[in-house]
Design a protein around this ligand. Structure first.
Ligand code: B12
Ligand code: SF4
Length: 483
């Protein structure tokens, strides 16, 4: 059989905390989930698998349709994120309009986050089945069932329409325990060397994931809590594989790379032992780093840490359940700088503890105080399964109806609650977002730091792109005039 795995276009991406243009063109990461699935299907079956990333192919629906017509797949798998749900459904429709007999299956973070609501996507007639959770083993099982023209009734973690036309859900989302048993993601896909992030100095980069889930429970975040990690040997084997394929930099996109210091130290020691010369960055918590680990990480090739800071106020950090103090945050940035590791700080504006402008300004001042190379500010914009969303509904800050409607029937016309409007209006929050970026970036020290760290023409292009996005933020207009 011929199988196509699709990352859909994000033309209709919904609002999630950051103005849309702010994401566009600044970074593009490989679609690791379906790359992983491609490798696993190829290892365990003899079917032909093609990965079609609409973002790298710049494919609108017409172009996607042209590809499907030419390739003539038997099965199409579409990766579903909640923010791109409209495009997921629309892509499924494109496929079915061309050939209704193609089996369309969807999976990905949206389906394991909202399994119950996902079943309604089958009602539209464009989706045949939905797999919940880690897709590797179940997709292979589903493909076998499709090949044998059997009902996939033996699979745990599936939603499908049975022969009588009833929508059946079997089991809960599946989370694989032994991550070492999963194949390394397939990196022999078109355009694999064209993915980018502004911070990688123009080096050919790729992403890796070394663990899944996060044991913490920050109230704005909805990652799965079941933390599972790969072994150090397995991780460094994949790093070597990336090096052999010509990648000079790896971004570890684990939800939290440094759940413990010991894990990071063990990994660094293995990298040093093997003499692996690959640069890397990761997403980390500030409370799980210290001078010794950062020094070791630097020797093992670490060039960049992405720290989730969120806010600088002690009571704010407590109220979002971040479990870290401002002093510890400051220390993480100071020690990273000392170890010559560059840093990106992520902040959230408009959490419930920020009740007036002075509160927000204190967060912005904290951002200016820590020696971070880059800062990203977004607005609190929780998904319905996040604790803050539930609290917002209880306090009547969020009307739950639009989300409920959207999850059953995704449409661009649904006005979803996009930020916490208890103390500020959306317009005011957007204004504060602009102020935050302006106060952080429009400083001689930040501009000089960025300019002195440009190492290539590609990097210059990306930095100019980032600057252009900041300018667009300046021009953002609201019903109350330009903000
Ligand atoms: C790296 C990452 C990013 C990167 C790059 C994302 C990208 N486009 O590649 C950046 C930092 C840019 C990012 C941004 C955002 N992200 Co993000 N991100 C992640 C992260 C940490 C890793 C993604 C990954 O590659 N995982 C590894 C692969 C192997 O896992 P996977 O993709 O889930 O795939 C498995 C299954 O889902 C399933 N599967 C996947 N696709 C398919 C398809 C089929 C057919 C089947 C059967 C199965 C299947 O099988 C795969 C293998 O087991 C995840 C959390 C996580 N741990 O997964 C969040 C996550 C995907 N992000 C999330 C969010 C909310 C965002 C933002 C909206 C945040 C924001 N406020 O701006 C933005 C969106 C911007 C954008 N346009 O993408 C949410 C999505 C939740 C949801 N319900 O959709 C996640 C799950 C984190 C969370 N729970 O909060 N993100
Ligand atoms: S914000 Fe980071 S540390 Fe907190 S729960 Fe989410 S992934 Fe874990």
């Amino acid at each position: 059989m011929r199988i196509v795995l699709i990352r859909p276009t994000d033309a209709n991406r919904i609002w999630v905390g950051i103005p849309r243009f702010f994401n566009n063109g600044i970074f593009l990461f490989p679609p690791l989930g379906i790359m992983q699935l491609k490798a696993h299907i190829e290892r365990h079956t003899s079917h032909e698998v093609y990965l079609y990333d609409c973002l790298i192919h710049k494919a609108d629906y017409e172009k996607l349709g042209g590809f499907i017509k030419g390739y003539k797949p038997d099965v199409v798998g579409i990766s579903a994120f909640t923010h791109s749900l409209i495009d997921v459904v629309q892509s499924a429709k494109v496929v079915k309009d061309i050939e209704p007999s193609i089996h369309v299956v969807i999976g990905g973070p949206h389906t394991y986050t909202f399994p119950e609501e996902s079943r309604y996507l089958i009602d539209g007639g464009c989706v045949d089945s939905i797999l919940l959770g880690d897709g590797e083993e179940n997709l292979v099982r589903l493909i076998e069932a499709i090949e044998k023209k059997e009902e996939p009734s033996g699979i745990e973690g599936i939603i499908y329409r049975n022969k009588e036309g009833r929508v059946i859900r079997r089991g809960r989302p599946v989370y694989l325990k032994d991550l070492d048993s999963i194949s390394f993601p397939s990196r022999d896909i078109p355009g694999i060397k064209s993915y980018y992030t502004p911070a990688s100095h123009g080096r050919t980069m790729t992403t890796m994931i070394t663990s899944r889930g996060c044991p913490y429970s920050c109230k704005f975040c909805n990652v799965q809590r079941q933390y599972r990690s790969r072994s150090v040997v397995n991780i460094v084997d994949e790093m070597e594989d990336c090096r052999d394929k010509g990648f000079k930099e790896i971004f570890f996109i684990d939800d939290t790379f440094n759940v413990t210091k010991d894990r990071v130290a063990g990994l660094c020691e293995e990298i040093i032992k093997r003499g692996l010369d690959v640069k890397w960055g990761c997403k980390a918590r500030c409370d799980q780093v210290d001078a010794k680990t950062l020094e070791l990480a630097k020797r093992a090739g670490c060039v960049r840490m992405h720290y989730g800071v969120e806010t600088g106020e002690p009571q704010g950090l407590d109220s979002i359940d971040k479990r870290v103090s401002p002093e510890r945050i400051m220390e993480a940035f100071v020690e990273s700088k000392r170890a010559r590791i560059r840093t990106v700080a992520y902040f959230i504006i408009g959490c419930p503890h920020e009740k007036n402008i002075a509160d927000v300004l204190r967060t912005i001042r904290f951002a200016q105080k820590i020696p971070a190379d880059f800062a990203v500010f977004s607005l609190l914009s929780p998904y319905p399964d996040a604790q803050f969303y539930k609290e917002g509904v209880e306090k009547n800050v969020f009307d739950p109806k639009p989300w409920a409607e959207f999850l059953r029937n995704p449409s661009p016309d649904t006005a979803l609650p996009t930020c916490w409007e208890e103390h500020f209006t959306k317009e005011e929050l957007l204004y504060l977002l602009k102020i935050a970026h302006r106060k952080f970036y429009y400083r001689p020290s930040t501009i000089l730091n960025a300019l002195f760290n440009i190492h290539s023409a590609t990097e210059l292009k990306r930095i100019v792109g980032g600057g252009a996005s900041l300018m667009k933020l300046e021009l953002l207009a609201t019903p109350h005039g330009r903000i």
